[in-house]
Design a protein around this ligand. Structure first.
Ligand code: ZN
Length: 160
């Protein structure tokens, strides 16, 4: 496993729609392993492949509702169903020092493939639903700053 370099705000890779994964090979497993390690080391809650410069539909999300926390790997994820809405403080590993309030679903169900290509469904609530939505946006070439309703001073976050 290796830590990958996370691309920062103006990088063109963050603004491109990602292609589906069609080959479930060792290279994909390596990408997923590296993304998992990079996420865990970063202290973030989710990471999408375009953030490490790979324009494929792969995301990893930290399931903070589990104890111990688990990494959810989603390949070719689709948002099947969303419910509710919650306005929460949000950040992104590609935008260090940018924080803002974004309204996201409070519950979401996704359908995705695992590293072997098997389809499964996964439900998430709270921060996990927020992450499913945030990471799915990355795959469409969208970033959270487009959705910020109110910016938060980073100093206020550090105090919280
Ligand atoms: Zn992000």
């Amino acid at each position: 496993m290796a830590i990958r370099n996370i691309l920062i705000q103006d990088d063109p890779a963050l603004y491109k729609k990602c292609r589906p994964v069609t080959v479930f090979d060792q290279r994909l497993k390596q990408l997923v392993d590296d993304m998992t390690e990079t996420l865990l080391q970063s202290g973030g809650a989710g990471l999408a492949a375009p953030q490490v410069g790979v324009l494929r539909r792969v995301v990893v999300v930290l399931d903070v509702n589990k104890d111990p926390e688990e990494v959810i790997v989603l390949i070719n994820p689709e948002l099947l169903e969303v419910r509710g809405s919650e306005r929460m403080p949000e950040g992104c590993l590609s935008f260090p020092n940018v924080w803002g309030y974004v309204t996201r679903p409070s519950w979401a169900k996704v359908r995705a493939q695992d590293v072997n290509g098997n389809w499964f469904e996964k439900e998430g609530e709270g921060v996990v639903a927020q992450c499913f939505s945030h990471e799915h946006d990355h795959l469409e070439g969208h970033v959270f700053t487009e959705k910020i309703e109110e910016f938060i001073d980073p100093e206020d976050i550090q105090k919280a």
